[in-house]
Ligand binder design. Sequence first.
Ligand SMILES: Cc1cc2nc3c(=O)[nH]c(=O)nc-3n(C[C@H](O)[C@H](O)[C@H](O)COP(=O)(O)OP(=O)(O)OC[C@H]3O[C@@H](n4cnc5c(N)ncnc54)[C@H](O)[C@@H]3O)c2cc1C
Ligand code: SF4
Length: 478
Amino acid sequence: MGKPTGFMEIARAENPYRSEAARLHDFEDLHIHQPADARRAQASRCMNCGVPFCQSDFGCPLHNLIPEWNDLLYRGREREALARLLQTAPFPEFTGRVCPALCEKACNLENAGSFAYGKAIPDKAGDGDGSNQSFEARHLALTNRDNELYLIETGFEKGWIQPRIPRIRTGRRVAVVGSGPSGLACADLLNRLGHEVTIIERADRAGGLLMYGIPNMKLPKSVVERSIKLMEAEGVRFLLNAEADASIMDEYDAVALCGGAKKPRALNVAGIFAVDYLTAATKAVLSGDEPLISAKDRHVVVVGGGDTGNDCVGTVLRQGCASVVQLEMMPAPPVERLPGNPWPEWPRTLRTDYGQLEAIHRQGGDPRIYETTVRRLLPDAIETVKLRGFDPIPGTEQTLPCDLMLIAAGFVGCETATAERFDVRLNKRGCMMPDDGGHHLRGNLFSAGDMRTGQSLVVRALADGRAAAVEIDRYLRE
Ligand SMILES: Cc1cc2nc3c(=O)[nH]c(=O)nc-3n(C[C@H](O)[C@H](O)[C@H](O)COP(=O)(O)OP(=O)(O)OC[C@H]3O[C@@H](n4cnc5c(N)ncnc54)[C@H](O)[C@@H]3O)c2cc1C
Ligand code: SF4
């Protein structure tokens, strides 16, 4: 169970960010990765609770065996810890970088920590380094995400990760449409179960939003490519620049539609959709060319205050924008949990993410403007208006300089073209969710990931891809 007194002696310490001043000059990894000693000390804080909420439905969607691998890591048995992690986690190299760590918010220590925060316990020594914090202030969640990343990267470094080629092949052929996390997880499990898997991807590189969506500084593209190469060595085929249509239902024994849910919510005014902008930015990082859409020297307005908007803020700052603001229709979330949002639920509280921190560093203030939307485009500017609920408040109009407007206002389901081609009826959320809530659409056709559930998280897409693989395997063996 880690060290019995670990959580009382050792303060939580995440992999820190590089300083804003340093990281704004490049698209390299945001984080400084800590060495073995630091990670083992962090793992020692796990209490192996009687009811480990980190593994429950409130916590990790993959139900990772968190207390088990934290204990092994604390004892320096990294290889065994990694083997435990890989029992349930198909790609810890992705989740260890981009997962919002639902497990950490559901950790029992987070619960204790939220009481400590409530009492605002000061650092007694007043030096701000946390080393003299009072007992209660140390009750803060484990750093599972960083621990998991350390384990998988140690595995790659030490050569423990080698292609695992199935010894027996079933002779059944499966096509997976889309190479995002759900498609990769679905293909990976089906391949391990001995089926012959082909991934059909329309983009020029595999990875879905892992490749063209999440920016390089959050998830370096070399990491995505390393995982794809490993899958290829294990026998998964990738057909890139290929558009899937219904004829593959005759060619293959089963088809999994994992095409994502990238249909953007449109606004009353024209702008560039965030994913199109972020895709062009990543292509430029990978090729070394100028981006097709550049923010250099431009006044940028990002419409949408969420995570995608934050990625846009971080990217336009790196491209050298003249200024950036982020408009959000909703009011600012509370700083503390409200009574209706208790632990172990995900806290719906104010977060200031890396892009916003960078904007504060560069511009001297938070780029977010709440309860505000764009009303109309003007030459080199936009007119904004304050909102009460969804209604504009007359007389609150303002003009903001704008020569690049990025729309990050959310997603409204999957592309209708793919649904039409495969003759699948979309539900009210614009997704391919079968009526029974499973993954089986009809005949030999299945769906998974965002295409089934709507825009979600990498870890949920991975879990959904694996769940679909189990259903497909059952169907193929019937
Ligand atoms: C900008 C952005 C940043 C994000 N950041 C995070 C984050 O930090 N952490 C996190 O947990 N989640 C994040 N998310 C959400 C996360 O990326 C998605 O939930 C996840 O990628 C969904 O995986 P998926 O496999 O279902 O679909 P996708 O990743 O969207 O992949 C679908 C793939 O299918 C392909 N495809 C579609 N139709 C066809 C067809 N007919 N033929 C061939 N190929 C086709 C597409 O080209 C695409 O490559 C982010 C999302 C966005 C938009
Ligand atoms: S995948 Fe996410 S929720 Fe699961 S253990 Fe890792 S960080 Fe936690």
